[in-house]
Design a protein around this ligand. Structure first.
Ligand SMILES: [Zn+2]
Length: 145
């Protein structure tokens, strides 16, 4: 095992290895593979292969200074796009968390509106007929929960 690790380290010594640009090409290749499976397009297949070959070639390239420069250029040019996705990700995560929270609320509480002031009220489920007092207008009414 140690020997294997040593040989692996030797193999990558002085080579570029996996960087952002290489990773992006690997992802593009995977997406193109998916496109190939769906559309059976030869062009998508060839592009996928090209992307794989390019990312592997980058990984083993010994001219790591040039590869490093390419990677920096890539990061610079895609800064805006990456920033956009970075900002988008927390929003998506937040709305998922919010939807889950609301689903939990719906399961444990019955949510309804006050008949007189339309204030949203919630009452724990499964208590049968109970008297509810609106916390805004103090109207009392009977509700089955
Ligand atoms: Zn009310």
């Amino acid at each position: 095992m140690n020997n294997f690790r040593y040989r692996l380290a030797r193999l990558f010594a002085g080579r570029t290895g996996v960087d952002a640009l290489g990773r992006t090409f690997t992802w593009i290749a995977l997406i193109l593979m998916l496109v190939t499976m769906i559309t059976h397009s030869n062009i998508a297949y060839l592009l996928a292969m090209a992307c794989i070959i390019y990312s592997v070639w980058r990984m083993f390239s010994k001219n790591y200074q040039k590869r490093y420069f390419e990677n920096q250029m890539f990061l610079q040019k895609t800064a805006k796009i990456r920033g956009f996705f970075m900002r988008l990700t927390p929003n998506i995560r937040n709305s998922f968390a919010k939807a889950r929270y609301e689903m939990d609320q719906r399961r444990t509480y019955k949510i309804f509106k006050c008949p007189s002031c339309k204030q949203k009220l919630r009452v724990p489920r499964g208590r049968g007929k109970i008297q509810v007092t609106c916390n805004r207008c103090r109207t009392q009414f009977i509700k089955k929960v």
